[in-house]
Design a protein around this ligand. Structure first.
Ligand code: ZN
Length: 151
């Protein structure tokens, strides 16, 4: 990561950790999953409300964990809210590749937007699990699996 990216990364992580977006339980979710990262102890529930047209009308999360996992969950809800499920799934696929660091061009991907701050995280494999956890939970939820673990 360049210095500027590093700074932006820290600011966004701190800000979303302090004030996570959509941090609540949904009253009537159509989809739900619990994600657990035993290595770090991060544990979150992800709730989705998908309407008849396949649009994610609402998405939220609850739980606790490290700053990276919480900030990433907050950014995940911002990233998929209002999008068709298929688009959320392809965003997840792209984000997962970004976390792996296998495709350097993703660090400039416009579809990833703010999520690009995680572009250098592949250097810290244990943190990759923290950053990916809520996304795996979102993915599991829409596939009607109610539990997912990073191990
Ligand atoms: Zn963690």
């Amino acid at each position: 990561m360049t210095e500027i990216n590093q700074e932006l990364y820290q600011q966004l992580i701190l800000e979303h950790n302090r004030k996570p977006r959509n941090f609540r339980k949904l009253a009537e979710p159509t989809h739900f999953a619990e994600g657990f990262n035993p290595l770090c102890g991060d544990r979150y529930e992800v709730y989705l409300k998908v309407n008849a047209d396949g649009i994610i009308e609402d998405v939220s999360f609850e739980g606790s964990g490290c700053a990276i996992s919480k900030a990433s969950a907050s950014l995940m809800t911002e990233g998929v809210k209002g999008k068709p499920v298929a688009q959320a799934q392809s965003l997840f696929a792209e984000f997962r590749e970004l976390l792996k660091g296998t495709d350097p061009t993703l660090a400039a991907s416009p579809t990833l937007g703010k999520l690009r701050i995680f572009a250098g995280i592949w250097k810290y494999p244990s943190r990759v699990k923290c950053a990916g956890l809520s996304w795996h939970a979102m993915h599991a939820a829409v596939e009607d699996k109610n539990q997912v673990s990073t191990e």
